[in-house]
Design a protein. Structure first.
Length: 276
């Protein structure tokens, strides 16, 4: 499937800190594992992406996963014509970023793991957990690829704490098992949280042991697709302090603040010379 969209850049999405199972294969090709499927994508040019999958699979999984029905161009245009110079530059620089519609349980566990870890370490830890507890599969196509699915809540609820610790989860081992048990036991209904407000979702998520405000906001944005969420990590703290003197009016961007946050995150890392 060939998709033409000026607001779809696979590299920008892959390094935007929202997804940990999207990996670079060469200079313009990436792979992603989600919803039990393996996909390869190729950025043909700035406005064209080749999805190496059938049309049926694209419409069933990947069209929604990449949020391709949402008007990101409208938001970019709004920021480009606004009065905020930093956001003008950030939107122009990161206009290919989209908020992925990730599997909620995977996002829950991934952002629990993300605490006090850099992105490479998070990716390594998640991949190890998938190899240990996920289902081994082989992709279809001209070049079959072995991969492992993200484990279910039922499996991780019964995971061995010592095994998890050997997989570099550290103190998060108890949080992972506890979160999985909360889902299995029906204390947390992730699909229901997708339907309620962002604020309600955050309050429920914070009731899970090991989930604080920042992680809850990340799960709400990246796992429940509440795009009004505005997670504040060290990079956004730096933006808010250095660019806005802690006076950023997030309410101006009600309904899409999470997209603005992604542009900020991506652009600030660029300004600080972080290798993307």
């Amino acid at each position: 499937m060939i998709i033409h969209n000026e607001n779809l850049n696979i590299e920008q999405i892959a390094v935007s800190g929202q997804c940990f199972r999207m990996n670079k294969m060469d200079h313009n090709k990436y792979s992603v594992i989600a919803y039990g499927k393996y996909l390869e994508l190729e950025q043909v040019d700035d406005n064209t992406v080749l999805f190496h999958c059938s049309e049926e699979e694209f419409h069933k999984i990947w069209e929604d996963y990449f949020d391709l029905q949402y008007d990101y161009k409208g938001i970019v245009d709004r920021l480009l014509t606004g009065e905020d110079e930093f956001l003008q530059k950030a939107a122009e620089y990161g206009k290919g970023i989209r908020i992925l519609k990730q599997e909620p349980f995977e996002a829950l566990i991934s952002f629990i793991i993300s605490q006090n870890k850099n992105i490479p370490a998070i990716k390594t830890c998640i991949e190890a957990i998938c190899r240990q507890y996920g289902e081994r599969k082989v992709s279809h196509g001209s070049r079959p690829v072995e991969y492992y699915t993200f484990p279910s809540a039922e499996i991780l609820a019964h995971a061995d704490k010592e095994v998890l610790r050997k997989l570099k989860t550290g103190y998060r081992d108890e949080y992972i098992i506890g979160a999985a048990k909360a889902v299995v036991q029906g204390k947390v209904h992730l699909d229901e949280l997708k339907k309620c407000s962002h604020e309600e979702a955050v309050e429920v998520l914070k009731g899970i042991h090991g989930v604080g405000n920042k992680v809850a906001n990340c799960i709400s944005l990246y796992g429940l697709h509440h795009i009004e969420a505005f997670p504040i990590d060290i990079w956004i703290k730096r933006v808010l302090k250095e660019i806005y003197n802690n006076g950023f009016a997030v309410e101006q961007y009600h309904g899409y603040a999470g997209i603005v946050q992604q542009y900020m995150f991506y652009y600030m890392r660029h300004l600080q010379g972080v290798k993307l």
